[in-house]
Design a protein around this ligand. Structure first.
Ligand code: MF3
Ligand code: CO
Length: 248
């Protein structure tokens, strides 16, 4: 069963979402060549706690960071460390915040300094794929219409969608039903209803869709070591069009 949120719950998820969005906006301003992902993690930890929230990823199934920082061929779940960001890298910043017992989750991919035209196009296509998915997340549509919207847009642009990782329901827990793949044919799965809250997160690769997880047990990388980008929003099926909760 997919939980339907009450008005009171939606208010709390909105608050969590705003904290996530503010943290991402702050972190984006810190991304410059020379900074380490650990610096970003520490900045995030301070920013989130000053906002009155809790970093939702820390300790989740033993995850050691406050946020995820995934560079270049890293797809998701990169662990912050001493690695220095270099001009031309791209980095995905993934932030989850728990606020008054409710969760928000979002991710952006940003260029470090000046990046190649192809890297920028990968970022732009991934962001747009997320917005296509959000547009398909409407009352009465099927869940797989959302998945299909991502796949169609991404593959038409010549990129591939990751299959091993999915978006998810969210609210009183970081991960709830349903799982939301980024590929599929339309008309399958549950029918979307008012009160559902979803974290939609396309992960898009420049080359093969295949990924593998490094020996740290977390970092997912592309099999061919080509670039990958990731965007995520927490949204609510609250009215005619979905409402994006992770905006500041
Ligand atoms: N946005 C990611 C997800 O929903 C981040 C989770 S990182 C983890 O799975 F450490 F919390 F697993
Ligand atoms: Co997520």
């Amino acid at each position: 069963m997919i939980p339907i949120k009450s008005k009171q719950e939606l208010i709390k998820i909105r608050k969590a979402g705003v904290q996530v969005a503010k943290t991402l906006r702050f972190l984006k301003s810190k991304v410059v060549p020379g900074i380490t992902t650990r610096d970003l993690d520490e900045e995030a930890a301070r920013f989130i706690s000053r906002g009155g929230g809790k970093a939702a990823f820390l300790g989740y199934r033993g995850y050691p960071g406050h946020i995820c920082t995934s560079i270049n061929e890293e797809v998701v779940h990169g662990i912050p460390c001493g690695r220095i960001l270099r001009d031309g890298d791209i980095i995905s910043l993934d932030v989850g915040v728990e606020y008054e017992g409710y969760f928000g989750d979002a991710a952006i991919t940003v260029p470090v300094g000046k990046v190649s035209a192809e890297a920028q196009r990968l970022i732009d296509v991934t962001r747009e794929a997320l917005y296509k998915a959000i547009d398909a997340a409407r009352i009465g549509n099927h869940l797989s219409d959302v998945s299909c919207a991502v796949q169609q847009y991404v593959e038409a642009a010549g990129f591939s969608v990751v299959r091993e990782f999915v978006g998810h329901g969210i609210g009183a827990h970081l991960h709830e039903e349903p799982q939301i793949p980024n590929y599929g044919v339309p008309g399958n799965g549950v029918v979307l209803e008012a009160g559902m809250v979803l974290a939609i997160e396309p992960m898009v690769n420049a080359g093969t869709w295949k990924v593998e997880v490094l020996s740290d047990g977390w970092t997912a990388v592309t099999k061919d070591k080509k670039l990958s980008a990731h965007f995520e929003h927490t949204i609510g099926i609250t009215k005619d069009k979905a409402e994006i909760f992770t905006t500041a």
